[in-house]
Design a protein around this ligand. Sequence first.
Ligand code: FES
Ligand SMILES: [Fe+2]
Length: 339
Amino acid sequence: MSIFEIDPDIRKAKTLSSAFYTDPDLFELSKEKIFSRTWHFLGRADEVETLMPATILPDMLDEPVLVVKTSEWFSCLSNVCTHRGKILVEKPCDATLIRCGYHGRRFLLDGRCISMPEFDGVEGFPSDTDDLKQLPFSARAGFMFAAIDPADPFEVFVDDVGERMGDADIHGLVRGDSREYEVGAHWALYCENYLEGFHIPYVHHGLNAVVDYGTYTTDTFRYSSLQTGYDADGKVAAKYLFIFPNMMFNFYPWGLSVNIVRPVSPTRTKVEYISYIRDEDLLDEGAGADLDTVEMEDEAVVESVQRGIRSRFYTHGRYSPTREQGTHHFHRLIAEFMK
Ligand code: FES
Ligand SMILES: [Fe+2]
């Protein structure tokens, strides 16, 4: 039996094999099987002038792309010159065409190659292969996403959950700070810890005081899951939206924290926190306060698991049917993509 079989019945299922986290070949394979087939966060659409260079999943895919915004369209192109491979646009700018800074090849904003100095007599030039490749791209709720070869359109990745979130959660947000954390653990261990509130009473004593663990809920969708924490009065304290495989959208009373999990190696992961604030006065209240402490508590436990799963005596665990639906759903998606 493949290690990528996770029983759909959570009561019968075993957790993902420890080999997934420890085998460097599977880490390599996950680049193509998971990360090249899913969507990646590129930031806010209103931060783009005409041309904005970006990178799809730095450290892992490291794919240089160019977001292009004109009055008529919004798209994402490869940012690599089709002549000898120089990065075309290094800094955000306004422009009406793209000219390579190495030997002067020129492209229209839609990616079409139009001219090149000293290329007279080159057979079949320019042809389609000289144009810049257009990547799957989506701008939704003010955020931009791109993919290499997605398993499904972006709408399918978020649609079922999008309806539940409501527009009110996303409007009126102003860019705040961003921070980067480095965790000594496999990226999936970091994600699966995020996907359950089961550990809150044991690991997060401060957070446990503001989230009523008994009423915490998890809903799963095709490629996403939504956890909702309530306070003692039954009001929503936080909503945690996860989009497979590595995007976290955390809605707090003060606004939104977007956390992007970036695999570096089988034992190292970077996590970028980008905050979008609606109400600064609420920054120190409830489940959205002191996120740094919560992050440190999570990192400590995830790094401990990183050591533990290497043990000769550990290969699988089992799931709590009431508290680990999000983790089970995540493992099922990993299994589906890795097969
Ligand atoms: S690499 Fe761009 S023109 Fe030569
Ligand atoms: Fe946690």
